[in-house]
Design a binder for this molecule. Structure first.
Ligand code: GDP
Length: 191
């Protein structure tokens, strides 16, 4: 996928309208610090399209980028940000759930759930997987940071994530080493 244009179209939060244009949505979600911004940036070949969720000082919103005037890349907030106050964490969780339950998106929405390959699925990841299954979302799971694994551990760790993520497909990925980008691109293009 050659990225020819990226435009920030909207920053929305709970209760706002989401952009009405009839583009597909590819929505990225994951635990805070899982490398979501890095995955988005490597996918779009941009240095800083998505700012790290740990960046201080700006209001956390759901950001809609129009890619190639063809689909919306939706940057959902990271969940479980340890340094955030309980109130802020709740607000972000509600915002994610608000987007996921927004009416009439099912047919044009792909959720890309990012899990840390080294850490494996956490309780929060499991809760998110359960929610996505309950909502019958179309999901692809990215196991990011595989470069951090010892060669001998890759198979075992990926197998564990595949089991947790069932029935969703899992793409071994490294934003750092640009591993898995073609596989993810293929999923997005063929959505
Ligand atoms: P976000 O909070 O989920 O948006 O995560 P960031 O993209 O800001 O990444 C969090 C940290 O993980 C940063 O220090 C990144 O450099 C690091 N990181 C992200 N992707 C990878 C990866 O594939 N491999 C390694 N080793 N580190 C990564």
């Amino acid at each position: 996928m050659k990225i020819t244009s990226t435009q920030l179209i909207a920053r929305v939060t709970t209760g706002d309208d989401i952009p009405e244009q009839d583009f597909r949505h590819v929505a990225f979600i994951g635990r805070s610090n899982v490398g979501k911004s890095s995955v988005i940036n490597v996918l779009t070949s941009k240095k800083d399209l998505a700012k790290s969720s740990s960046t201080a000082g700006f209001t956390k919103s759901i950001n809609f980028y129009l890619i190639n005037k063809n689909f919306f890349l939706v940057d959902l907030q990271g969940y479980g940000f340890a340094q955030g106050s309980l109130k802020e964490r709740k607000r972000l969780q509600q915002m994610i759930e608000w987007y996921l339950t927004y009416p009439d998106l099912e047919d044009k929405q792909l959720i890309v759930l990012i899990i840390d390959a080294k850490v494996g699925a956490t309780d929060l990841d499991r809760q998110m997987l359960t929610l996505l299954k309950d909502l019958e979302k179309k999901v692809i799971v990215i196991a990011n940071k595989i470069d951090k694994l010892k060669k001998n551990d890759v198979k075992k760790q990926i197998a564990a994530i595949v089991e947790e993520a069932h029935p969703y497909a899992v793409i071994p990925f490294s934003a750092h080493d640009k591993i898995g980008v073609p596989a993810l691109t293929k999923e997005i293009v063929s959505q």
